[in-house]
Design a binder for this molecule. Structure first.
Ligand code: FAD
Length: 419
């Protein structure tokens, strides 16, 4: 099978790279073995929330110089401010083209309400999530928060307490529906993705609206867990119309319903653009000549070679199997390309769980143009993008999605510039 570019990994980075290349007429394939970090998304995409010295970031673009000084190996350290903004804006545009409703800008972070009631600085929040321009207050002075009876992956009392501290009175309620009774027969079924499916049915949604309407007073807004439908996009609008006030959602524990929707919409857009998405397949072998990869082999395709001019590793970090750690080493399992990690094992982690963990910054070593290398020698047609890269801490620095999106577009443009 012959393609222009083969991308290994179908998470946020692989999909954005594939979409950008396909839009420019490339024949692309994405090989995707399984779930991606999007399935655990908290409802927003982070660009840069905190500097390594723990200083909170108001404007990601204005913090770039300080970031490069404090973390010279950060993937963003390769971009100047203009390039950074261009890549971020292109990323937001691609998401919107794929049908994903996001608000926010690279010039200034806003704040998203987390499941514990904290306000987290972020770049792009998915439509319908509670967010605010300030970490100190919400848009409303009073809200009604409704949870499904028996749904344990959501903590209304935490949220209510935190909201009260921010000056918003929060009245907590639960609702029940016949469809929930069925799910509750097996408590393991009471997960956000299963509950979301019941709201793809208009009659169920209408029954929920009636229940809420009968119990709310003069609260300015209604909040719900983020499980309002898997395939239906307009459910919040419908509830707003019926309840005649704003209706917004708050992230639940995983699985993330909005994350699943984003993954589906990106994949659909990639396929509409002519891309080939090999779901449930795993890249497991390759052929190389000197400094180039010449063919790739996957579990499902056996000895049928996938040949391409360029290959992109978007296999994620430890979480997705893009990196593997043993007692003594950290390695990239497919091509065995160079990985940056500390040779002193005691520096891999900090016993204080709340500190930055050394292993978070381990990842694939690349050239300034994101080419992977072996023994320090660049591989001309193999690039690495996203969570697989070295030099950043997605959790502490709040930059996970940004690194995935910006490096994916940068590499796509490197590849296009070779045509
Ligand atoms: C649990 C969790 C929650 C997160 N939540 C957020 C959040 O809310 N906001 C945010 O900004 N960032 C978040 N992040 C950071 C996250 O890393 C990025 O946002 C981004 O989604 C990572 O995308 P990626 O495509 O680089 O990697 P991944 O999403 O990890 O995708 C890698 C993909 O490659 C596949 N793969 C691996 N090896 C192979 C192979 N050999 N063959 C084929 N496929 C393969 C994997 O199955 C996986 O689907 C989170 C990270 C984690 C781990």
């Amino acid at each position: 099978m012959r393609f222009d570019t083969v991308i290994i990994g179908g998470g946020l980075a692989g999909l954005i790279c594939g979409i950008h290349l396909s839009k420019r007429g490339q024949r692309c394939a994405i090989i995707s073995s399984g779930q991606s970090a999007l399935h655990f998304s908290s409802g927003s995409l982070d660009l840069l929330g905190t500097l390594p010295n723990s200083e909170e970031v108001e404007s990601p673009v204005q913090a770039l110089t300080a970031l490069a000084e404090q973390a010279p190996n950060h993937p963003y350290a390769r971009f100047d401010a203009e390039r950074f903004v261009t890549l971020a804006n292109k990323g937001a545009e691609l998401l919107r083209e794929a049908g994903i409703d996001v608000i926010g800008s690279a010039e200034k972070n806003h704040y998203r309400l987390t499941p514990t009631g904290a306000m987290k600085p972020t770049w792009l929040t998915f439509g319908g999530y509670v967010h605010s321009a300030s970490p100190e207050e919400l848009e409303w002075k009073s809200v009604a928060l409704f949870n499904a009876e028996g749904f344990l992956d959501f903590y209304p009392q935490f949220l209510a307490d935190e909201m009260r501290r921010k000056g918003t009175k929060c009245n907590v309620h639960t609702f029940n529906l016949p469809e929930l009774e069925i799910l509750r027969q097996n408590p393991t079924e009471m997960r956000s993705a299963n509950i979301a499916r019941i709201f793809d049915n208009e009659a169920t949604l209408n029954e929920l609206a009636n229940q809420i309407a009968s119990r709310i007073g003069d609260e300015q807004a209604v909040l719900l867990p983020a499980f309002m439908g898997i395939n239906s996009q307009g459910n919040l609008k419908y509830l707003m119309h019926k309840l005649n006030r704003p209706v917004a959602v708050v992230a639940t524990l995983p699985p993330s319903v909005p994350g699943l929707q984003v993954q589906t919409l990106l994949r659909r857009y990639f396929q509409e653009l002519g891309g080939t998405y090999m779901l449930g397949d795993t890249a497991q072998g390759y052929q190389a000549t000197q400094d180039k990869i010449s063919a790739l082999y996957t579990r499902n395709h056996g000895d049928i070679a996938l040949k391409a001019d360029n290959y992109v590793l978007a296999t994620g970090s430890f979480f997705s199997g893009g990196l593997v750690a043993t007692n003594t080493e950290v390695y990239e399992p497919l091509f065995k390309v160079d990985v940056c990690y500390d040779s002193e094992r005691e520096k891999w982690y900090d016993r204080d769980l709340f500190q930055a963990q050394g292993y978070e910054e381990f990842g694939i070593a690349t050239t300034p143009t994101f080419n992977a290398q072996r023994a320090g020698q660049p591989i001309e047609n193999l690039y690495a993008v996203g969570a697989a890269l070295a030099g950043f801490n997605a959790v502490k620095q709040g930059c996970g999605a940004g690194v995935s999106i910006l490096t994916a577009i940068e590499v796509a443009e490197q590849i296009l510039s070779k045509m």
